[in-house]
Design a protein around this ligand. Structure first.
Ligand code: HEM
Ligand code: HEM
Length: 395
């Protein structure tokens, strides 16, 4: 018997099964990601991917209407089928959108979104008061997907078995023995639909960069009594110097550097106790081994870069014993000030010097990350600071 139905075009079939599988995975993931930051990040990444694919899919469908409904459907079945499809499209947009709004309004565990560990994803400015409602709606919509899926699959199975040509073949690639004729597509629609979806994605991802610097660059640091009194007699070779911080996050080592800092050093090896140094650090220049950490550090509860773009470190009370040095290090971060012992060694070569030193501070004492993790469940309190400075003498 001649076949009359057409099957969906390959693009529609690929998008249907990719998004269907991704949504089912996401529901499982949503229910199984408690206390697992990596899974949260994966949930957000796959969710935003579903949103982008859905935008492409909707545009593609507007340009390429689907095959006609199967003949065997009664009028209520045809209406239900249309409503289920419409409901699915609504949920494919609303689920990722409410998820995105949910993380944008989160204040107690404010971890940034970094898509697949590579692309910083901005928050949507939205009233925080909506957070509980969004959380509830987001979770309930997953149940709605399951309900619609029940109707969808039941309908597909029923009509696969009762209609002559079957309905499932319409949504399957041409791997079946006797495939239906494929529905023709409009030329250029793939490029247009994916171009718009990916263009919108790129614009959103770039929006923080396009709207200018996120924090004032090279802002003055808090004044200190030392800062006024330093008569610098060394010039630092920043290329050969490094300020590194490291510690533990969720069992893994994190480590990073500040790429923009400036040191005023007054030091005479013959009179070390008169030595002092003030280092001004641009907090926004901190880069860690994972983009998620780098983005997190800029946030309000960490360096709060928008409000406190610079921090200072002051070295004083230097004393020498057996070729190594002990000093005091005062760190002024945000509105906190903490003094810790600082050990360092000096390798003096004519007019050059190499200094290496290390110390440990507690992040709680500097009010770092105290909203999301005050109990050190994820990030250890201890942060190791290692400094290597290469400098040449001016006088
Ligand atoms: C969460 C998972 C799923 C979602 C969100 C989903 C969504 C959709 C949507 C929106 C359509 C309409 C396409 C259009 O006309 O533009 C559709 C069609 C279709 N889906 Fe699914 N689907 C899912 C899972 C499934 C499963 C598991 C099956 C297999 C039984 C299936 C079989 C079909 C078939 C056969 C059609 C074509 C129906 C027709 O033309 O009458 N889908 N699906
Ligand atoms: C189709 C896409 C998505 C599906 C199917 C989905 C599904 C789910 C499910 C089933 C849960 C568990 C809800 C509960 O425990 O009651 C959940 C939670 C969550 N989702 Fe999604 N989600 C999607 C997209 C997103 C996106 C794009 C984001 C963020 C960018 C996101 C962020 C979250 C967050 C933060 C939670 C935890 C909420 C809480 O605190 O309980 N989701 N999601």
């Amino acid at each position: 018997m001649a076949r009359t139905s057409q099957r969906y075009a390959t693009v529609a079939i690929l998008l249907h099964w990719t998004i269907a599988a991704a949504i089912l995975f996401m529901i499982w993931l949503g229910w199984n990601m408690d206390e697992n930051e990596a899974r949260y990040q994966l949930h957000k990444s796959v969710g935003i991917t579903i949103l982008v694919l859905t935008v492409a899919r909707v545009i593609w469908r507007l340009l390429n209407p689907p095959p006609a409904q199967s003949d065997g459907l009664s009028s209520w079945e045809a209406t239900t089928s249309r409503l289920v499809h419409l409901g699915f499209y609504g949920l494919m947009i609303a689920l990722p959108l409410t998820g995105w709004l949910l993380v944008s309004t989160e204040r107690s565990f404010d971890v940034p979104t970094v898509i697949f560990g590579m692309i910083s994803w901005p928050d949507i400015p939205f009233p925080v008061a909506f957070h509980p409602v969004l959380e509830m709606v987001h979770g309930r919509m997953a149940w709605l997907v399951i309900f619609l899926l029940g109707l969808h699959v039941a309908g597909a199975i029923k009509h696969e078995m009762t209609s002559d040509e079957g309905v499932l073949k319409k949504m399957l690639p041409a791997i079946t023995a006797d495939p239906l004729e494929v529905r023709p597509t409009r030329k250029g629609s793939l490029e247009l639909s994916f171009g718009i979806a990916l263009g919108a994605f790129a614009l959103i991802a770039l929006s923080p960069v396009l709207s200018g610097p996120q924090w004032p660059v090279r802002e003055r640091a808090p004044e200190s009594s030392l800062q006024q009194g330093v008569v610098a007699n060394w010039t630092v070779d920043y290329g050969g110097s490094e300020i590194r911080f490291s510690g533990r996050h969720d069992g893994d080592i994190y480590s990073g550097v500040f790429s923009d800092w400036d040191a005023q050093i007054q030091f005479d090896p013959d009179a070390p106790d008169a030595g002092k140094a003030v280092i001004t650090i641009q907090t926004g220049s901190a880069t860690a081994n994972k983009k998620l950490y780098t983005d997190s550090l800029k946030a309000g509860e960490w360096f709060d870069v928008a409000v406190y773009p610079a921090a200072t470190a002051e070295v004083f009370q230097i004393a020498e014993a057996d070729g190594s040095y002990a000093a005091q290090l005062r760190l002024n971060v945000k509105d906190r000030s903490v003094t810790v012992p600082f050990q360092f060694t000096l390798n003096l070569m004519d007019q050059q010097a190499e200094m290496t030193g290390q110390t440990e501070i507690g992040r709680k004492s500097l009010d770092l990350g105290q909203t999301s993790d005050p109990g050190n469940d994820w990030v250890d309190d201890a942060v190791t600071i290692s400094v290597r400075v290469s400098a040449s003498r001016l006088d």
